[in-house]
Write a new protein. Sequence first.
Length: 433
Amino acid sequence: MKKRKFIQFFIAFFALLLVFCAYTTTAQAKKMKVTVSPSSLDAQAKKHHTVYDKSVAHSMSLNETLEKMRKKGGGTLTLKKGTYRFQYSVCIPSNVTVKLKKGVVLQNIMDYKAHIAPTTLMFQFVAKDKTYKKKIIGKYNGTSKAKLIGEGNVIIDMKYVTGLAVNVLHCSNIEISGITFKGMNKNHYIEVNASKNVNIHDCKFVKAKKGSAKSAYVKEAINIDLPDAASHGIGSTWAKQDKTPCKNVTVKNCVFDSMSRGVGSHNYSQTSGGANIYHTNIRIEGNTFKNLYDAGVYMMNWKDTKIVNNTFINNGKGNNLTFTNTGHAISGSGIEKITISGNTFQKIKKNPVNFNGQSNQGNGAKYKKIYVNITEDEANAMLDNTSIDCGNDPAFPGYDIVYFRGDGSRLASNAVGICFEKQEVNFEMEKAK
């Protein structure tokens, strides 16, 4: 009897397994694989629309294909070598990989005579059908498991049009890699906002329009932010302004050359009760930040951060501002649980690292001041860095890192100084004076 029951159980289990495998195979088979070229996108636009408009043809045809992929559960869209014109944003839904083959150039154009008005955003990680609705996506419930990958020499050229190259908003499990971004003006190359598990690696960010104290000074190549109506964190109409922070964001093996800032935040947010909202688990590793007008990394309310094995060269180049938080390689405030080690700082205008109390300027000014919380163990671990021909804080010379505890004021009683060459951490700056 027991043997019969065992056989019956085995047969039932095997049948269920076959059904599951068949279902999985069918689901995988539904995912599409499409390869396009500039000419095939033009042909698609001519076929599907009564009026062919060269300026909008590529964006329109790419969105049509990606919408088909969304309905099929995802897939891979490959762009062959060639120049593609982006009149308005192309939307990447969940479970889709966009591959850009060697020789692909994506250009941002602004043709005001086209039958569809231009926008200033090239790629959005969001399903196209969601963009027609207001405040429909919040938390991390947008596009998931999607990639934008360059294979070989691939360029996204913003043509100095004000806007974004890539928007990652309310997303999860996103990868961006192997792309050279150029031509930024007054905004960001990549906006990472209210998203988790984002991996940006092996990219180059170059040739942005120079910022100044009056124009685009704080514009990072990669901005880490959250949607908050008070701080103007993001303007996408389909996104909920729910103050969702970023978490688990990695920027690795990238080059940032000739722009205002590399990676960072320029505003912060708090709850209605006044508690800080932190971006958590940010990893900045193995990157090169060179010829920047301001900082390579600028933090505002970052918690559990690792900045390791990076090279910073000529940060603060041409920066004559007198603000104490400018002209460093790493700066900011709202610091909780931080690791800074294995980095090389060379020809930084001021001392390489500076943290002090700060407040939002302009947007989000209603939020209370944020401060610096660095433990003695974290400070001692910062000795594992190298400084070559860098400047000093004139009030606290001789230290590569200066940060201010307590109320964040630049007082000797608040200051901690760290000198790499002497392998010294001075927690008693006031006594040293």
